[in-house]
Design a protein around this ligand. Structure first.
Ligand code: TEU
Ligand code: CA
Length: 559
């Protein structure tokens, strides 16, 4: 397997709006990130992925860009961004930029021109269709609720927006669009960024017949089969690779909702000339119901384990995995996949981290995950800021498909705002995030869960993440070792081994709060096993291990 720096990396995702506010306006900013570079260096991560900080009306908190080459005033200036790149590089930290080119903001000059007239040179930068029987061109729903089509009086046509109506989809069939995007990407590479996280990049090739989608439980049809992993997607990405990516020593990760194993081998194949890796979404969609994520279903561990094993065993040696449990779109991982009760939060957060960091692939740490931040569980709809949460609350309760109380329970578990509450730095007001009024409420548990406490405490979640990340740097078997699942049918323990040359790891993670016995396979002879890391700290090796609630233990063997 080829060796690459991005395979040996650990990526830390920063949601700038909620990371650190340096000027008291209640909004995180770039200077705040610069203030915390030494903290990130201390944690041991080496790549920083920033969610967008570009000019935007903030309809979708910056994933609606109106100028790709300008920093939004909320976050600072281009000089601040250039200072961030320089100071990160001084510390051996790389900067990954969030590339949002499936759509722009409707306030982008391209769209302002495009909507002026059918003859405008920018008309075909976007996807315009005539009404069909006086209505929308098809029945597709937008990801944030409502129709995916918005009528424009000026020219009597609809434009496509797979997200909010202020996020019109770019027309990638148009070569001029592709060339303008590549120019912008090269411009940023020349500024010194070290790669791209590519927002919904699997959506840029649409089925040009725009057929109706299947209606499941909601009010609209599912367009995903016609706009995800489309027939020209690999052609476009190979062109992007030739025009931009191959010209720089950068890392790329595609956000490819809907991606299958076979597709992933094309997007991120060892020898493919497209991307380095992709995010798959099967594990974070477990339990979804007729209204998608809006359900109070807990995830099913065996389904989760099967998905994780599938992606490990079927990609290894062929393509590279991204390893994550949380991000700015997902609930907090310890709340979703662990147990955020007082009794088990710490131990289960460490168990989840062990499992993710010991698999084959590049691990992603989402801001706050390293200190075990939990869902905010906001009780009142007025506390929510996220367009997706607010629009679906309106749509599902407005249509009588859900009672408000039920939808509030779904929001408390699955709203994206759970991951967007401010980073908790210390136990002072607002968790040390801002001296002003935060743009979104700080989680009420900041006095108990914060960086300052955990930096000092030797057995904190922070210290455990630091140890895990250091182990990755010291043990090549963690990065390049093969993956083999063990005791697949065990309904509480996720067990697997990693092997590289004569090095062998045995990883045992008890995802349950029950004490669980585990029969260790004969190949692991006890006298040679040493504990590499464990979240209970005190362990004794036995042929039949008794794993305590949420116990994680990694044993190393010299064969
Ligand atoms: O997310 C893509 C996406 O599908 C998300 O909407 C996610 O799957 C969903 O919110 C889970 O419920 C990307 C960005 O990560 C997200 O923040 C943006 O809102 C979206 O694209 C549009 O740019
Ligand atoms: Ca600020």
């Amino acid at each position: 397997m080829k060796r690459n720096w991005w395979k040996e990396s650990v990526v830390y995702q920063i949601y700038p709006r909620s990371f650190k506010d340096s000027n008291g306006d209640g909004i995180g900013d770039i200077k705040g990130i610069i203030e915390k570079l030494d903290y990130l260096k201390e944690l041991g991560v080496n790549v920083l992925w920033l969610s967008p900080v570009f000019e935007s009306p903030l309809d979708d908190n910056g994933y609606d860009i109106s100028d790709y080459r300008k920093i939004l005033n909320d976050y600072g200036t281009m000089e601040d961004y250039e200072e961030l790149i320089a100071k990160a590089h001084e510390r051996g930290l790389k900067i990954l930029m969030d590339l949002v080119v499936n759509h722009t903001s409707d306030e982008h000059p391209w769209f302002i021109e495009s909507r002026k007239s059918k003859e405008n040179p920018y008309r075909d930068y976007y996807i315009w269709k005539y009404p069909k029987d006086g209505k929308e061109p098809n029945n597709w729903g937008a990801t944030f609720g409502g129709s995916a089509w918005e009528y424009d009086n000026e020219t009597g046509m609809y434009y496509l927006h797979c997200f909010s109506k202020k996020q019109p989809d770019l027309n990638w069939e148009n070569e001029a669009v592709r060339n303008d995007v590549y120019d912008m990407m090269n411009w940023w590479c020349e500024k010194g960024i070290d790669g791209f996280r590519m927002d919904v990049i699997s959506m840029i090739s649409k089925d040009q017949s725009f057929p109706d989608g299947k209606v499941y439980g909601g009010l609209y049809g599912d367009g995903a089969p016609y706009y995800m992993n489309g027939h020209r997607i690999h052609e476009f990405l190979r062109e992007m690779n030739r025009e931009v990516l191959a010209k720089h020593d950068i890392m790329t990760v595609g956000e490819t909702a809907g991606v299958t194993i076979e597709e992933a081998k094309m997007y991120a194949g060892e020898d493919a000339d497209e991307l380095n890796m992709v995010f798959q979404f099967e594990h974070v969609s477990i339990g979804d119901g007729p209204y998608g994520k809006w359900t109070t279903n807990r995830y099913d561990f065996m389904e989760y384990k099967k998905i994780m094993i599938k992606w490990q065993e079927e990609l290894q040696g062929k393509a590279w995995n991204s390893l994550y449990l949380g991000n700015h779109d997902q609930p907090r991982s310890v709340s979703r996949f662990g147990d955020d009760s007082e009794e088990y939060r710490e131990i289960s957060a460490k168990m989840l981290a062990t499992c993710i960091h010991m698999m084959q692939g590049t691990p992603y740490v989402y801001q706050g995950e390293e200190i075990g931040m939990t869902n905010a569980y906001f009780e009142d709809i007025s506390m929510y800021k996220d367009i997706e949460s607010l629009q679906y609350y309106e749509e599902l309760t407005g249509a009588g498909l859900m009672e408000p109380e039920e939808m509030m329970e779904c929001l408390k578990l699955r709203s994206r705002d759970n991951a967007r509450t401010p980073m908790q730095w210390d136990d002072t007001v607002n968790g040390g995030f801002t001296e002003g009024t935060p743009w979104i409420n700080v989680n009420s548990n900041y006095s108990r869960i914060n960086v300052e406490h955990q930096i000092k405490e030797k057995d904190s979640i922070f210290q455990y993440y630091k140890e895990l990340i250091q182990l990755r740097k010291e043990n090549e078997v963690i990065v390049y070792g093969s993956f083999t699942a063990i005791n697949r049918e065990d309904e509480k323990i996720f067990a697997f081994k990693r092997e590289l040359d004569e090095k062998k790891l045995l990883v045992l993670c008890n995802y349950s709060k029950e004490e669980t016995a585990f029969k260790v396979p004969e190949e692991f002879t006890p006298e040679k096993g040493e504990v590499l890391i464990s979240n209970y700290r005190v362990n004794e090796w036995k042929e039949e291990m008794i794993l305590r609630p949420y116990e994680a233990i990694v044993l190393t063997f010299q064969t």
